[in-house]
Design a protein around this ligand. Structure first.
Ligand SMILES: [Zn+2]
Length: 508
């Protein structure tokens, strides 16, 4: 878009609203009609201008402020209309390219996410939200999708973005997110992982193996054993795996019903929505015991036998991938395991290895960048909420002090479904901290995790009058201080992306 168009638009805009300004990267022309996002003190709106005084396309709802100027609110039907006019504001399949998932629980971070990704070869996955996150933030899949659409339009990012309906457990979850136009479906079969295998002796193992749902798996125990026992699997690059009979039985018992559930979810997705493009990830990260390479191999081979095609798979890695803090564990062991997982992914359908709870795992990014094999997908979400809170600590200390106290009170209840090690021991009272010390809390792993798991309560808790306690003030603070918030996000995600060595050094 030319500078002239931008200046003309701004001049036109000032006639009706002196405090409004056009967001320059958003300005687009389509069939003699100009579209742009406008920032007003009250929020953003879509401006539609047609010099020929033709009406804006009827698909948009809103109001004329003058004959040639039309304002459309950022609602669901206008987002749908925008995706029709500018197809690049709708999500696409990302396929087997390096990709980075930017969960945006607040719905106001994706523009900064996209800016942080400039010059990187990662493809962005923007609308990424699990069913659990949507429940905790009381957001719908459609709201999540629409926020991504508006952010893409605002930044003029036309290269295509993915959208991840994350941690889906049932076909109803597929229906809900498909209705909102999601393109990537992350199947979470963790309820079907049989974690008892770690304590089973050989007899118990054989018994459990015999009891697997063989006919639903279109298989028999004999045929299964015949495919694996005594065989060597050549994964290329001089890497081979020779699973023992014990490995094979344990893998079958631990993941047999995972394979079946994944097959059922995949089949449902591809038959009920045969006309909708979709890509599928399998995630078993939220389970207590690491996924061994032998287990991954057998799951991969079985899914291939059942014609389940994956775009990515998230193993449960060794060590600890706790929320909001760096990797804990043996980095050398992680690297060895990662190479094997990549070799398996390369041999069974060429999918990506997906890193869940990927926020702030700086040692892991450096290791992956250094190894530089295969393709990777990284998922982050909570760290963007922490950056929002950091911006609040810098710009609205009194609100942040209230949140410190509230998060401490909620922690024991809210931590239950999370993999974290934080405790309230050493967590400060807000009164002990000077204003300058408030942002330092984001350097403290304990405090980070306490903030991390209490986001849902902070955002949605209501007072006795039914009004949300923090939400309006939280969002208003970020809106008024958007430049601080965006700078926090930008800096933090550049720091995430740099260790992969995919961003050229001079641009860091
Ligand atoms: Zn996960």
């Amino acid at each position: 878009m030319t500078d002239r168009t931008y200046h003309t638009l701004n001049t036109l805009l000032k006639r009706s609203d002196a405090d409004a300004r056009v967001l320059p990267a958003s300005v687009r022309m389509q069939q003699d009609v100009v579209y742009a996002l406008v920032q007003k003190p009250s929020g953003k709106e879509l401006l539609i201008y047609s010099a020929k005084k033709s009406s804006p396309p009827a698909v948009f709802n809103g109001r004329h402020v003058e004959d040639d100027l039309f304002f459309a609110p950022l609602n669901a039907s206008n987002a749908a209309a925008l995706r029709e006019v500018f197809p690049w504001t709708a999500p696409v399949l990302v396929g087997n390219a390096n990709s980075f998932g930017f969960g945006d629980r607040l719905g106001n971070a994706s523009a900064a996410h996209l800016r942080s990704l400039e010059e990187s070869s990662f493809r962005p996955v923007l609308a990424q939200q699990s069913i659990r996150e949507m429940d905790r933030t009381q957001r719908t899949p459609q709201e999540v999708m629409d926020c991504a659409t508006w952010a893409v339009f605002e930044t003029g990012y036309t290269k295509g973005f993915g959208s991840d309906a994350d941690h889906l457990k049932t076909t109803a979850d597929i229906d809900r997110t498909m209705a909102a136009g999601f393109t990537m479906y992350t199947i979470d079969p963790s309820d079907y992982v049989d974690n008892r295998v770690v304590d089973m002796d050989l007899d118990a193992l054989k018994q459990a193996f015999a009891e697997l749902p063989w006919s639903e798996l279109k298989d028999t125990p004999e045929a299964f054993l015949n495919r694996y026992v005594g065989r060597t699997f050549d994964l290329g690059h001089g890497i081979t795996l020779n699973p023992s009979e014990d490995d094979i039985l344990r893998a079958a018992v631990k993941y047999g019903r995972v394979v079946l559930h994944t097959y059922n979810m995949f089949t449902y997705l591809r038959t009920a929505y045969a006309d909708k493009p979709s890509e599928v990830e399998l995630s078993v990260d939220e389970t207590p015991h690491p996924t061994t390479p032998e287990e991954h191999l057998i799951v991969a081979a079985e899914l291939q036998r059942l014609n389940v095609a994956l775009v990515s798979l998230a193993p449960r890695f060794c060590g600890d991938f706790e929320k909001g803090i760096d990797f804990k564990g043996d980095l050398k062991a992680f690297k060895d395991e990662y190479l094997l997982h990549q070799a398996i992914a390369g041999s069974y359908g060429n999918y990506k290895i997906s890193i869940h709870s990927g926020s702030d795992k700086f040692q892991v990014y450096a290791a992956i960048g250094e190894l530089n094999v295969g393709t990777v997908h990284v998922k982050t979400a909570g760290t963007s909420y922490l950056e929002a809170l950091r911006a609040i600590s810098m710009t609205n200390p009194s609100l942040f002090r209230e949140i410190i106290t509230f998060a401490g009170e909620r922690f024991e209840t809210d931590k239950k479904t999370y993999h974290i090690s934080a405790t309230l021991e050493g967590y400060p009272s807000e009164g002990d901290l000077t204003e300058e010390q408030l942002p330092d809390l984001f350097n403290d792993d304990n405090a980070r995790q306490i903030f991390h798991v209490t986001y849902g309560s902070v955002l949605t808790s209501t007072s006795s009058t039914g009004k949300r306690i923090f939400y309006e003030r939280f969002m208003q603070t970020l809106h008024v201080n958007a430049h601080v918030y965006e700078a926090c996000l930008y800096r933090h995600f550049r720091k995430h992306l740099a260790p992969f060595q995919i961003i050229p050094a001079q641009a860091q």
